[in-house]
Design a protein around this ligand. Structure first.
Ligand SMILES: [Zn+2]
Length: 298
C-alpha cells in the first residue's frame, strides 16, 4: 500500500480562511449595518479564501494520483540508479515527486524551445533525489530551467571554448548542458553529476544566501560542518581528499561537490570520510550508502 499525498485541507489553511472570512464579514456588517450582509459576505470571502489557499495542494494531489507515464518510468529505470535502488513504495513516491516537479517547473531548451522528455525527467530526478529525505519539501517556483545541447560560455552561447556544464545564479535561471546532464547519470560512479551539483546550489540559495551551509542542516550541526569544510578544503588543496579540486573554490562549491560524491559514491564517502558523510546524511535526511547496500542484498 503506498501512501496518498496529504490533504490540501491543512489546519493553518482552514484557520486562515476562517479568519479572512470573519474580518471581511465583520467589516461588511459594520459598513452595511446589516447582520445578513455581513454574514453572507463573510461566508463568501471565507469560502473563496479556502478555495484559493488549497488550489496548489489540490493540483498536486491530482497530479500525484494520476498514473505515472510509462515513458517517464522507462527513463528513470534506464538512467537513474538511485530510483532503481528504491523499494516499490518509495519508487511510487519518487514518481509522484517527479510528476509534481515537472508540473510546477518550467524546463525548456534555449529560448523556450520544447525539450525532450528524457532531459526533463533527468532534471526532475536530480532535484527529487536531493530532496527525497525531506518529505513534503518542494522547490520554489522561481526559476526557469534551461537545458543547452552542449557546454556553453559565460554568455550562455554554445561555441568553441565554452566549458560551463551547469550554472545557477542567486536569481535567474538554472542552466544545464544536455551532455553533462546525461553523463552525470551514466552510472560510471565517477563522483560527478551536474544535476546534483546545481540543485545542491539551489538548496543552498533557498535559505537566502549561498554560504555552503546545507539547507535543512540543524543549527547544532553547522559548527561541526564548517570545521569539516575547512579541514577538508586544506586536504583538497594538497590533492589528498576524496573530493575533486573544485571543492576548494569556496564553501558553496564545497557543498555542491561534496553532494555529488554523497549521492554518486555514498559507500566510498561513508568509508573514507565518515564524519563528512554523517553531516551530509543529517542535512539531507537520508542515507544513500544504506540504500545502496540494501539494494545489493535484494
Ligand atoms: Zn557550482
Amino acid at each position: 500500500m503506498s501512501e496518498t499525498p496529504p490533504s490540501p485541507l491543512s489546519a493553518p489553511r482552514i484557520i486562515g480562511a476562517l479568519a479572512i472570512g470573519a474580518v471581511i464579514g465583520a467589516l461588511a456588517w459594520r459598513v452595511a449595518a446589516s447582520a445578513g450582509v455581513g454574514i453572507a459576505l463573510g461566508v463568501a470571502t471565507g469560502a473563496l479564501a479556502l478555495w484559493l489557499l488549497t488550489r496548489r495542494g489540490r493540483r498536486r494531489r491530482r497530479i500525484a494520483e494520476a498514473p505515472f507515464p510509462e515513458a517517464w518510468r522507462a527513463i528513470l529505470e534506464e538512467w537513474v540508479e538511485y530510483y532503481r535502488e528504491l523499494g516499490a513504495d518509495e519508487r511510487a513516491r519518487f514518481e509522484r515527486e517527479v510528476a509534481i516537479f515537472l508540473d510546477e517547473q518550467t524546463i525548456t531548451g534555449p529560448r523556450g524551445a520544447a525539450l525532450e522528455d528524457e532531459l526533463r525527467v533527468l532534471v526532475a530526478a536530480s532535484a527529487v533525489v536531493l530532496a527525497f529525505g525531506r518529505r513534503g519539501y518542494r522547490y520554489p517556483r522561481l526559476r526557469d530551467i534551461v537545458v543547452y545541447d552542449q557546454a556553453f560560455n559565460e554568455e550562455y552561447e554554445s561555441k568553441e571554448g565554452a566549458n560551463i556544464l551547469g550554472m545557477v545564479h542567486a536569481q535567474g535561471p538554472i542552466l544545464f548542458s544536455a551532455r553533462s546532464l546525461r553523463q552525470g547519470f551514466r552510472g560510471d560512479h565517477d563522483g560527478r553529476n551536474v544535476g546534483y551539483h546545481e540543485f545542491a546550489h539551489v538548496l543552498d540559495f533557498a535559505q537566502g544566501r549561498a554560504d555552503g551551509v546545507p539547507a535543512f542542516m540543524p543549527w547544532g550541526a553547522v559548527r561541526p560542518w564548517m570545521d569539516v569544510v575547512h579541514a577538508e578544503t586544506q586536504k583538497v588543496e594538497r590533492g589528498r581528499s576524496l573530493l575533486r579540486r573544485y571543492a576548494a573554490t569556496n564553501e558553496a562549491e564545497f557543498f555542491a561537490v561534496a553532494s555529488e560524491e554523497f549521492f554518486e559514491r555514498p559507500e566510498r564517502m561513508a568509508r573514507k570520510h565518515p564524519e563528512l558523510y554523517a553531516l551530509l546524511a543529517e542535512a539531507y535526511g537520508q542515507d544513500p550508502a544504506e540504500l545502496a547496500a540494501a539494494a545489493d542484498e535484494r
